[in-house]
Design a protein around this ligand. Structure first.
Ligand SMILES: [Zn+2]
Length: 84
């Protein structure tokens, strides 16, 4: 799991990225990791939906230039890493 640790963040980290995102302080990579976290974490999706600005950020493809196919590719990579 050590390799996956860089991609998979804990809920508290995800929430931290979420808060940083509100002030536009989060990096692209933090946004990516937050989004990956939101794919599988229902609790944080709820948290982020309570955070209006972040919801906008997540839904705005211009802010996070990640296409659905990229997301799928990332998901697959993530699953591979989890199997390591
Ligand atoms: Zn979470």
């Amino acid at each position: 799991m050590s390799k996956a640790k860089k991609i998979l963040v804990s809920c508290s980290e995800a929430n931290h990225f979420c808060d940083k995102g509100q002030y536009k302080e989060s990096t692209f990579w933090e946004k990516v990791r937050l989004n990956i976290h939101l794919i599988y974490c229902k609790a944080c999706r709820k948290y982020s939906s309570n955070n209006g600005k972040l919801t906008k950020l997540v839904k705005n493809p211009k802010v996070i230039s990640i296409t659905p196919s990229d997301k799928e590719a990332m998901k697959k990579k993530l699953q591979q890493k989890m199997m390591d």
